[in-house]
Design a binder for this molecule. Structure first.
Ligand SMILES: NC(=O)c1ccc[n+]([C@@H]2O[C@H](COP(=O)([O-])OP(=O)(O)OC[C@H]3O[C@@H](n4cnc5c(N)ncnc54)[C@H](O)[C@@H]3O)[C@@H](O)[C@H]2O)c1
Length: 443
């Protein structure tokens, strides 16, 4: 076990502005949730930053503080919220439309929610076919639009007396874009913005503006956004933290727990059929084949990475993996995700696992937004620039340094997250070896 030296971390003094791109179901469930917690009207279930403890030292020491008492995270009372959305609804109207939260979590905080009014968005229907926006910026070039976003960051910070900002993309999934020449360097990207290159989507303009303003950026959707060399280079150059992509909430969270179990026991897999019905606006956007393709790529990569078919061809060399998302309005945000898993065991005898997860999409996503905002702010204060692989825990398609295989297994991600916190705070890493508790080690 190695004891690290504590990383210098600037204190979480003052106000932290959480800049939300998109003020839809996830974003309003997040802000309303934080406000309810702040008023002691609810508990922050699902947020590690608020609920989880972290073991320090040996099991016999009995040291297990809450993460928030261990690492210098921004307190909930210090958070203020800003947002952009092409739909002009304020936080209250948007939360009502989303239909995730019930009256007792909305009406008592109606004034607070109404005070969150979205700034005009950088939005182009070409990238999200199923949406129409009226609260939209105009500009001759993409560069011009991105510069307007930089001003928004500056003005929000000054008006709200913020000491620091952090951005979380909670907006719709954009159409599928393959990384191309324009995404390979800062220069190419900036020239592309001036020439209105169609491979530069609005999400990338928010990310560029955020990084130029020194504001960490987390991407909750499967769009490329910061997951490309140009913006990674910019993050390094500007010393800003980035993370992504695509919040890991329902079906994929389950997938990244069940598939490591199969692999750990060397059980084979012949097919995995996943289907979803959901009826919120996200479901409507994903009903468009081009947005669905972006989501599909993000959901499909998981099994391949965890099961490593090239290393285990007998077990995983011939998997049929299918993911469907069906827009079904009656369910609203209450998604149902079915998984049919065809496995095989000893002597190749077949077996099946069925999972039917009746979840609530935004209820699962909201605590992730909170954790990401707080941990990204921590990373920034600890001067950890660039990709934050330790936050892979929160993402379906986690980003990793070029040349590294991303880690998908939920519990390895969880260990990585906690060990990174221990490392930042100069505590021992926990390897789970445990040999030190036994006589042969003591002798
Ligand atoms: N809820 C989950 O479990 C979950 C999991 C993983 C990823 N996500 C992703 O999170 C995102 C938000 O989900 P949601 O359920 O809140 O969707 P939503 O449709 O309710 O909200 C998205 C909001 O983004 C706005 N928007 C679209 N383009 C924009 C732009 N260019 N600038 C600013 N705002 C823009 C839309 O007008 C809308 O209000 C989606 O991309 C979704 O795929 C959600």
């Amino acid at each position: 076990m190695t004891e690290g030296s504590r990383r210098p971390i600037r204190p979480a003094d003052g106000t932290l502005g959480v800049m939300l791109v998109g003020l839809g179901a996830v974003a309003t469930t997040f802000v309303a949730g934080v406000e309810n917690v702040r008023r002691n009207r609810a508990k922050p279930i699902g947020a590690l930053s608020q609920m989880a403890t972290i073991r320090l030292g040996r099991r016999t020491e009995g040291r297990a503080p809450l993460i928030r008492d261990f690492a210098p995270l921004a307190p909930l009372d210090s958070l203020v919220f800003g947002a952009w959305d092409p739909i002009p609804d304020d936080g209250y109207q948007s939360a009502k439309v989303a239909g995730v939260l019930d009256t007792p979590h909305i009406e008592p905080i109606a004034d607070f929610l109404r005070s969150i009014r979205p700034m005009p968005a950088v939005f182009d229907q070409q990238y999200v076919k199923r949406l129409k926006g009226t609260n939209v910026k105009s500009g001759k070039t993409k560069r011009d639009l991105a510069e307007q976003l930089r001003k928004d960051f500056q003005e929000f910070k000054a008006t709200n007396g913020c000491d620091r900002l952090v951005t979380v993309w909670c907006a719709s999934t954009e159409i599928f874009i393959k990384p191309g020449a324009v995404h390979q360097s800062i220069d190419a990207f900036e020239r592309g913005m001036e020439k209105n290159d169609p491979a530069i989507a609005p999400s990338m303009l928010y990310a560029w503006a955020s990084l130029m303003e020194g504001v960490p950026f987390a991407n909750g959707a499967p769009n490329l956004t910061v997951d490309m060399p140009a913006l990674q280079e910019l993050a390094e150059r500007e010393g800003v933290a980035i993370s992504g992509k695509d919040f890991k909430t329902g079906q994929t969270m389950v997938k990244t727990v069940v598939s490591p179990m199969l692999k750990a026991r060397m059980l084979g897999l012949s097919g995995w059929y996943s289907t979803n019905i959901l009826g919120n606006r996200d479901g409507e956007v994903l009903d468009d084949p081009e947005s669905f393709k972006t989501k599909e790529e993000s959901k499909l990569g998981v099994l391949e990475h965890i099961l490593q078919p090239q290393m285990y061809p007998d077990l995983y060399g011939n998997i049929y993996h299918k993911v469907r998302i069906n827009y079904y309005p009656p369910r609203g945000d209450n998604k149902e995700g079915w998984d049919n898993i065809d496995i095989f065991g000893w002597l190749e005898y077949p077996m099946q696992i069925k999972i039917d997860f009746l979840c609530r999409d935004s209820i699962l996503a909201a605590p992730i937004v909170l954790d990401l905002a707080l941990f990204m702010d921590l990373a920034q204060r600890a001067e950890l620039a660039g990709i934050q692989e330790w936050l892979s825990f929160y993402f379906k398609s986690p980003m990793a340094a070029p040349g590294l295989t991303p880690e998908h297994d939920l519990f390895i991600q969880h260990t990585k997250l906690k060990n990174t916190l221990r490392w930042m705070m100069g505590e021992e890493q926990i390897t789970h070896l445990g040999i030190e508790y036994y006589e042969y080690e003591k002798a």
